[in-house]
Structures are given as C-alpha cells and as structure tokens.
Design a protein around this ligand. Sequence first.
Ligand code: GLC
Ligand code: MG
Length: 248
Amino acid sequence: MSQFLFITDLDHTYVGDDAALATLQEALSQHRQTYGTKIVYSTGRSPALYQELQQEKQLIQPDAVVTSVGTEIYTNGMEAYDSEWADILSDGWDRDRILETAGHFSDLLSQPDSEQRPFKVSYFLSEDVAPDLLPRLESALKDCSLEVRLIYSGGKDLDILPIKGNKGLAMQFIRNRYGMEPERTVACGDSGNDIALFEVGDERGIIVGNARPELRTWYEAHRQDSLYFAKASCAGGILEGLKHFEFL
Ligand code: GLC
Ligand code: MG
C-alpha cells in the first residue's frame, strides 16, 4: 500500500449511498493518515452549494476542492483560493461576450445566480432541444472568436467554460502540484462533466454503476484498462474500483 491522489465528483458519485459513503470515508481517512493519500473533491457546484452538501452529508475535510466544473480550486478548508489557476483560465475568456451571444438562444434558461461564476456561465437546456441547439451555439461562439468549452451534463445542465479549464485540466494542475504520478492518481464520476476526468492520460478512472447515459456512451467508445466501470452505484462503486486498481 502507498500514497495516491483520489479525486471524486460529489453528486451521484461520492454522495448518493450513505452507508457506502461512511465505509469509503473511513477507508480514505485511514489511508491519508497512514500513507499521506490526498483527497480532492471535484464538483459542478458553486462554493456555496458545495459547502451546503459538505455539512449535510458530513463529508470529510478534503485536501483541496475543485468547484464550478473545474474552474475554481480551493485549499485549506476553502480558505485559500488558487489565483494561479484563475490566471491560467482568464486567458482568452470574455464572459460578457459569451452572455451576449448565448442570449440569442431563447431555449437556454439561465441557472440561478449562485451558479454563475467568474469562469462558468450555466444554463438549463432540455434534452429534446440540445442536439439541435448545441452545434448552433458552438458555431455562433466561434463566429465571435470565442474559444470556449460547452459541457452538457445530466440531460439538463449546460456549462460554458474557458478553453483552458475543465475537471480534467484542473486535476492535472493539482496532480503536478502534489508531484503525484498519473498511475497513482484515480478519478471518479457519473456524468457528462466528468468525462474530462477520464480523457486526460494515464490516470485511473472509476465510472460508478449508476453513470448517466452520456458517460456510458462515451465509455463504450473509449474502453481501456485504465478505466473501470463499476457494478455498484455511488460510493459502493468507488470502493469496488479502488480495490480493482489495488489502491485499497
Ligand atoms: C452542478 C452545478 C451546475 C452545473 C452542473 C453540471 O449542478 O450547480 O451549475 O451546471 O453541476 O456541471
Ligand atoms: Mg455527478
């Protein structure tokens, strides 16, 4: 047994099965204490909604939190905001012009203010309209020379992010910070905004058994030994995957 870097999405991945979560949290805490394993949460939620969930579900204090779909990094119990990461993301990002361009699409319904972040513009978009709208939005943004990432998750959420940011790129930034090998890094997720965690490189990936169709479809097209599709849901699936890769 030795140290590893554990990065997990929260909703419907780490959180969703309270009993399995308790077992997983116990195992991770012990591993951190004994081997110095690092625990990182990577969520689509804003810092405010993350803190609500952390309290409600008594999540153990992580070593770092990535909020807002990879666009904000916090350490030291949310006290330290990583401005180096913010500097990287700000390159070429023009929030006002994105809002203006997306504003022409009446099927895009703005998410609550709390979820609009410095490097994330978020909408609700229905599954019926998405296949037609997304390519049109993409080309409208391109026509304005706006280089961004469009990330559609859970059949309802559309996030517009800087080209230099997503969950996967934030994971690599943190991995380099900790000086951890890709082979000693494992990411877990269940939906569209987690795909970026699985497509970066030699990192290990655990897809929980309850994964959303968009992630299942992606997995079918990208099966490889570094990815494990769990049978169990949520934290139970994570425990299964950590044993499969012999991290635990
Ligand atoms: C979370 C965020 C929301 C985002 C979604 C998918 O639910 O609150 O803003 O669109 O994750 O990334
Ligand atoms: Mg999720």
